[in-house]
Design a protein around this ligand. Structure first.
Ligand SMILES: [Mg+2]
Length: 289
């Protein structure tokens, strides 16, 4: 049995929200108050269990391209945003793009896909892919960052809003520091944790430093950040897309899947299928008229 809580249900769409659809959702969830956040986002206040309210809203919306985040009003304000990098803060998988430099993108991407779906052991799958990168020039990283790696729309704005609100932002990645550190800098985040690709002169050696930062390490990092900030996990929003994000997503007060693989989507409080990273900012109550 779950207790009825005062909840806020944030609806977000890639384009203007249809007021009739918002009204239908409001009725379905027994909403008492609707607040416009922008042309594309609205809050609805209602009492109930957050996941039940989310599912009721999604049922009404059916095939409409609208994302739904439902959460208790009392824990909406966050102190920490922690996010995965590849396919979450950026739109690519860096390891696949490094593989492209030596004609191995398809081979590596096939393993990445299975690892992110949770079909392979993360560390084993990472080592297998990194071995295929032996001989890739380290200069490829700068080229990819300049020409291929694209930030997810909205990410920079949400991180800036976090900074303005005094919310710490942390990148935690099973990918590589060679990418994570420059991406942390260009997004304006406070810290980044990831794996280290080992080098041999000016090429990658095909090995990754131990211990590998995998799913458990992401959760451990989140908990350590909470301890350092003297906050509880309820004050954390975590965002990710792959199976290695599941423990972190489950542990956070608000766990959000971004274009999530099915296993992560099942574990997340909310899934962004249609809208960009700005919806995380709307959900946090940071982006307002
Ligand atoms: Mg990812």
């Amino acid at each position: 049995m779950t207790m009825a809580m005062d909840c806020v249900i944030t609806l977000a769409a890639p384009g203007p929200l249809d007021p009739f659809r918002v009204a239908a959702v409001t009725e379905a969830v027994g909403g008492t108050f609707v607040e416009r956040l922008s042309d594309t986002a609205q809050d609805i206040y209602a009492a109930g269990d957050p996941r039940a309210l989310r599912d009721a809203a999604l049922t009404v919306l059916a095939d409409d391209p609208v994302d739904v985040i439902a959460q208790p009003v009392a824990s909406r304000a966050k102190k920490l945003l922690i996010s995965d990098m590849d396919s979450t803060l950026i739109q690519q998988e860096c390891i696949d793009e490094l593989g492209a430099m030596v004609g191995k993108k398809a081979e590596i991407a096939a393993i990445t896909e299975r690892a992110m779906a949770g079909e392979l052991d993360f560390a084993e799958a990472l080592r297998a892919r990194v071995a295929l990168l032996q001989g890739v020039p380290t200069s490829a990283v700068a080229d990819l960052l300049a020409d291929v790696i694209v930030d997810t729309p909205g990410a920079r704005e949400v991180i800036a809003a976090c900074r303005a609100a005094g919310i710490r932002t942390v990148l935690v990645s099973g990918g590589f520091t060679a990418f994570a550190e420059p991406i942390r800098q260009r997004l304006g985040m406070d810290a980044a944790y990831s794996n280290i690709l080992l080098t041999d002169g000016d090429v990658f050696s095909g090995a990754v430093a131990d211990p590998i930062l995998g799913a458990d390490a992401k959760r451990v990092r989140m908990n350590a950040e909470c301890s350092a900030l003297n906050i509880t996990a309820s004050e954390v929003v975590a965002v990710g897309d792959g199976a290695n994000d599941i423990p972190m997503i489950e542990g956070a007060g608000l766990g959000v899947g971004y274009r999530a693989k099915p296993k992560l989507a099942a574990a997340a409080d909310a899934v962004l299928r249609h809208t960009d990273f700005s919806t995380v900012g709307y959900a946090m109550g940071l982006l307002r008229p």
